[in-house]
Ligand binder design. Sequence first.
Ligand code: GCU
Ligand code: CA
Length: 542
Amino acid sequence: MPLSGMRVHGKRSRVVRIALAAVLVLLATIALASPSSARTSTLTVATNGDDANPGTVAAPLRTIQRAVDLAEPGTVIQIRGGTYDPGVNIRIEKSGTASQPITMRAYDGEHVVIDGENMPNTPAPLGESYPRIERGAIHVAGDWWRFEDLEIINGPYGIFAIESDNNIYRDLVTRENYETGLHLVLDSSDNQVINLDSYGNRDPRKNGESADGLAIKQGTGSGNTVVGARLWNNADDGFDSWEFLSPIRIEDSVAWGNGVDRWGFPGWEGDGNGFKLGRGDADHVVTNSIAFDNAVSGFIDNGNTASLRLENNTAWDNGGSGFVFDRSTSTLNRNLSVSNGSGVDLGPSGGSGNSWDIRDDWSNADLVSTGTSTIKGPREADGSIPATDFLLPRDYPNLGADFSGDGGNTGDPGRYEAEDAPAACDGSIDANHAGYSGTGFCNTDNVSGAAARFTVEAAGSGTATVKIRYANGGSSDRPADVVVNGATAQSISFGTTSAWANWATATVTLRLNAGNNAISLTATGSDGLPNIDYLDVTTGAA
Ligand code: GCU
Ligand code: CA
């Protein structure tokens, strides 16, 4: 509009002035909001909603897909309780960002079921293949997503994630899907699967040959971790990393009852391993995990020719061998194998402190408990597997997996996560930089004196090797004191790791007392500590 127009028509100039004022208010709002750029919009979905609604709690959307289509980095999609059973799968083809992930979760603890039964390929006919985009009741082709507290059933795969990075799958249930429960494939890095329950998944189209509880398959990418999974009664295997060519880390997980034909398929093809860690060439690591009552093996390299590491795992009552690592050059330490169909099969793999290194005649009488009801029972409120002395050895406290909830005392090295009490952090427990272990890391305030504090238990007094995992994405070193039971044991300077998602370890040797020791890392520079992930403590002769 020409300036003269405003002068001539007084009315119009008033409109323009109001419009200008509105723009100024808007600009001011943006200016106020943008420095932290933390835009979190929330979209609510409910079974009685309407996709024409704005997506507020009072006027929710009807479909999850509509919320996905509206989502932007930072959006939280909160889904009200009930069952959602769309006729097409939910497709995620956009990404959040590192600082603004997109979250999809149940609203305030309500129970959300995403039922794929109305989707195509539930099941696909015997022997048929079908387009990738149709795979997964939730099909994930985006990065920086968080999926929390959802149950996914009857899908053409529960969740199928393809070429996706930096996603977090937390507190999910994937059950009775017509293929694998949670499936990650092709280039996939820095994904975390935390506290997944995946069971009863089966694949009529392949007579049981490929439905696993959890699969990270046919791809590459570092930094994928699985913590606290329970994988049971699936047609094929509990966990499968078939042809995934980069190391995956699995901790604190349990697989049972896999590979049994529970559906009366003709020509049964299910495999039946608890943790199937091949094929390919990747140094997977499995710690503090249990495989029991699987049709075939507990833990198997499955033709993986690399150097895997298995520490403090237990195989019990599997149909075949507890540990089959005859095609890799793996290291197995302090694993326990009892009452399996056959003995361990190690080929060129080695290690020490395993039950078979101690003696030959292990039996159920050597175990504190073989009762399965707790390990199979409801999870704790925080999503963790309930504490149980299931399969703990009566003697040898450092042997096998330990789910007794006392901080993983069998772990030697014992891991002390910075985010797990009684550890404490002068700052915040964050999870915004990928690659950490457990559920987060300690980000101290950037001041001198800020500390990450741990309580470390030692069986006897003596020296301990303590590995400190940290990331320093700043450009300068961050010095700190290592204080043991009140006395500064040594000073250490954490060098830069160039990025906050690059983690490194620094190793110190400390003298510990028998029992509990207070170990703190205390910043001596004004930047505070680097981000601290955990301490790995090795005591004694190991
Ligand atoms: C960034 C980074 C934090 C880190 C902090 C620091 O804010 O995201 O994780 O702790 O820098 O400099 O200490
Ligand atoms: Ca910090």
